[in-house]
Write a protein that binds this ligand. Structure first.
Ligand SMILES: Nc1ncnc2c1ncn2[C@@H]1O[C@H](COP(=O)(O)OP(=O)(O)OP(=O)(O)O)[C@@H](O)[C@H]1O
Length: 439
């Protein structure tokens, strides 16, 4: 409570204290600012006429120190311009000094509500930023470190980025890290998968439409470019975008404007574009499926994400990161990973890359009977691919028999009598083979 009129200040403080708030009183701006530097306040009530400052101007100084704190200005009777200027300077509201005492408590509660909300939003923003930061991207292989380094550098700019790479290599993960690592982090990140919509729907999703622009367009609709204003739009699978929409994206890149469906004048936007594709766009250009001019605009800064095959040394890191998460979800405790389990994963070809690896790990945890992840928890094809990828010796009858028995035992959850029945061999033979193959 900043006011040099002692009597009134004390009266106001008393009213507020009756609501169980703690009030700090200051008779001038200097004392108040000193205190504000030292301590967080949830709300500040400030007189307009102070011995060493003007309250309207003081608001900006207070906001600089504590941006989330709400300020209520006490104005002289009938001085509306002061109140208006106070709000322009960031005040929550203003009241007439002495006259509006009964308004102060409800106003204070509303101001506190806003302060609390702003604090929660800031906390959530920080959490999101942390979640999608480069620090959370898993991998220490040389290839991924160089991709992270490149992405960090481009994040700080406004440059358009094209992310290429097979499905599941983390293109969206990188798009988010680039957004949250840049200056637009507190604005929207909007993602759209261009392959998931028909041409007309995609256009309406991206650019929006006017009411009545087509049957079913009952109301005006904002498009994602508008939603992403001052932020970033992530155009996933841009290789699937129809040619005439490609032309419209090129226009946004070149002029920063677009025309909504059913509209005649253009809408201006300030949006960073990050696009991704798992297609080879130069081939798509040759086939007439992709516009070369758009490709050149998009590929100003191209980042090629490596496939999991090209960063085998990261597989163990992924397992160590994903396994505890899934285990906790299923109330299991996985203490060990058998070396053979990791080796089998490292030998797989991973067409679905990290997404596929994640699914396989989840499945392994479901199947794990004990606290160790073993090869038995892997799908049979993986165990098999390990065999066939190995060497020609792996194609021997012995290896195939071993893999087959393992699969059946897996299916019967280790029940040997049941496995022997399915294999159409005697239980004694099965025991002998289990012993021989160390299954
Ligand atoms: N480096 C990483 N660290 C942790 N998780 C990752 C990493 N890269 C990818 N993932 C995870 O892998 C999965 C696939 O990633 P993402 O969706 O980003 O791939 P994508 O290349 O965009 O795939 P698509 O081309 O199919 O859209 C997600 O579950 C993601 O969280």
């Amino acid at each position: 409570m900043i006011d040099d009129e002692e009597k009134l200040r004390k009266l106001m403080a008393r009213i507020i204290e009756l609501e169980k708030f703690q009030v700090f009183q200051a008779e001038d701006a200097t004392t108040a600012l000193k205190k504000i530097e030292q301590q967080d306040f949830d709300a500040i009530i400030c007189d307009v006429k102070l011995p060493d400052a003007n309250g309207v101007e003081l608001i900006q100084q207070i906001k600089k120190i504590q941006p989330l704190t709400e300020v209520i200005l006490l104005t002289a009777y009938g001085n509306i311009p002061d109140g208006v200027q106070a709000i322009k300077n960031g005040a929550f509201d203003y009241i007439t000094k002495g006259d509006d005492n009964n308004r102060i408590i409800p106003l204070l509660y509303r101001a506190l509500e806003k302060t609390e909300l702003s604090k929660r939003v800031t906390q959530l923003e920080q959490k999101v930023e942390q979640k999608y930061s480069f620090d959370n991207i898993i991998g220490t292989s040389k290839v991924i470190l160089s991709v992270i380094d490149m992405s960090r550098k481009v994040a700080a700019t406004d440059t358009t980025v094209l992310l290429t790479g097979e499905t599941g290599t983390g293109k969206e993960v990188f798009a988010q890290a680039i957004h949250y690592g840049g200056n637009r982090r507190n604005k929207s990140f909007v993602a759209i998968n261009c392959s998931a919509f028909s041409k007309d729907l995609l256009e309406s999703e991206l650019f929006g439409h006017k009411a009545g622009a087509f049957t079913g367009a009952l109301k005006d609709k904002k498009g994602l470019f508008e939603e992403a204003n001052f932020g970033t739009i992530f155009l996933d699978e841009i290789g699937e975008m129809p040619l005439d929409l490609q032309a419209k994206i090129l226009r946004v890149l070149e002029t920063k404007e677009f025309i909504k469906i059913g509209e005649t004048k253009p809408t201006k936007v300030d949006v960073r574009i990050i696009a991704a594709t798992n297609r080879e766009l130069d081939k798509e250009i040759e086939n007439g499926q992709f516009r070369s001019d758009l490709y050149y605009r998009l590929s100003v800064f191209q980042i090629a994400l490596p496939s999991l095959r090209d960063r085998v040394e990261d597989i163990k890191l992924f397992v160590n990161d994903f396994a505890p998460v899934f285990a906790a979800k299923m109330n299991k405790r996985i203490k060990l990973l058998s070396p053979e389990y990791i080796k089998t994963l490292e030998q797989n070809t991973w067409k679905g890359n990290i997404r596929e690896l994640r699914n396989i790990i989840e499945r392994s945890i479901i199947l794990a009977d004990e606290d160790v992840l073993t090869v038995d928890c892997l799908p049979f094809e993986l165990q098999q691919s390990n065999i066939s990828d190995n060497a020609t010796s792996s194609l021997s009858m012995t290896n195939i028999e071993k893999a087959h028995i393992r699969k059946v035992l897996n299916y019967t959850k280790g029940n040997k009598a049941e496995a022997a029945r399915l294999l159409e061999i005697s239980i004694a033979t099965l025991y002998r083979k289990v012993e021989e193959y160390k299954l």
